[in-house]
Design a protein around this ligand. Structure first.
Ligand code: ZN
Length: 266
């Protein structure tokens, strides 16, 4: 599932392939991925336009059109971009295709149709309407501490709550908690200053490392949890078998030795 580092990688891919080229045609394969815009409206609004810049907020990507609007992308469970020239390279599950005046196409690929593409006037308004908290890579420690203050939830669910902090999902919340040495069910309210600092530092380090690795687990440090995450996984730092639990309906993996005892009441 695309999280902040994946979407940042898509953003850079979009920048490297698709900016400043005139859109000559738009094809929508499934209108289920469209937000408040219809396929004919999208085709009419995009024809003759260029994408001039991009911006990411959490797991959302916004591309600025040369006439002032924004084309927005959310990648759902399985989304990504593919830039190609020849029909035979058209990826399967190509839900939206922008064709450019240089003969190339940008495909928004989304097998499971949980993603969303939309056209909006104002990027900030879009972020407000989606009720997104600040981007996880754009908060300093002071802001992070304010965001965590007074929360009643568990550490994992709080990190994953897009209304509090945008960008972190199931895999990266596990990684951040692993590196901070915190049990996924730790109540946020129980974290003291040192633990909050550890959590914040782990969040920034993990997200920056993943962005630098282009969100490719193969390029992550070998002692990261994510490449060992799974039912038969072992902790890459101490060899202990990983534990699997449900936290707010999501599957969490953690090292029972490094990430402490179960919080009271668990
Ligand atoms: Zn361990």
């Amino acid at each position: 599932v695309p999280e902040l580092p994946d979407v940042e990688t898509f953003r850079r891919y979009l920048d490297a392939t698709s900016l400043h080229k005139e859109v000559v045609a738009t094809d929508v394969d499934s209108s289920r991925i469209l937000g408040n815009v219809t396929a004919p409206e999208l085709a009419r609004e995009l024809k003759g336009r260029t994408l001039d810049a991009s911006r990411r907020h959490g797991k959302h990507l916004l591309a600025a059109l040369d006439d002032g609007g924004w084309l927005t992308f959310h990648f759902g469970m399985t989304g990504y971009f593919e830039y190609f020239k020849h029909e035979e390279d058209d990826p399967e599950h190509d839900r939206l295709r922008l064709s450019f005046d240089n003969g190339f196409h940008l495909a928004y690929v989304c097998q499971r149709l949980f993603g969303e593409v939309d056209l909006v006037k104002d990027a900030d308004e879009y972020v407000r309407r989606k009720e997104l908290g600040p981007d996880a890579l754009r908060v300093d420690f002071e802001r992070f501490r304010e965001l965590m203050a007074g929360r009643r939830g568990m550490a994992k669910s709080t990190l994953m709550n897009q209304k509090i902090l945008a960008g972190i999902g199931n895999v990266y919340s596990d990684e951040i908690l692993f590196q901070a040495g915190l049990h996924p069910r730790t109540p946020v309210a129980s974290l003291d200053e040192d633990a909050l600092r550890r959590l914040y530092d782990a969040m920034v380090r993990v997200l920056e490392t993943a962005v630098a690795a282009r969100a490719d687990p193969e390029k992550m440090p070998r002692d990261y949890l994510m490449t060992h995450r799974g039912p038969d996984g072992e902790c890459p730092r101490c060899g202990e078998p990983l534990k699997e639990i449900k936290v707010s309906g999501r599957t969490a993996y953690f090292c029972p030795r490094r990430q402490g005892k179960r919080p009271a009441g668990d």
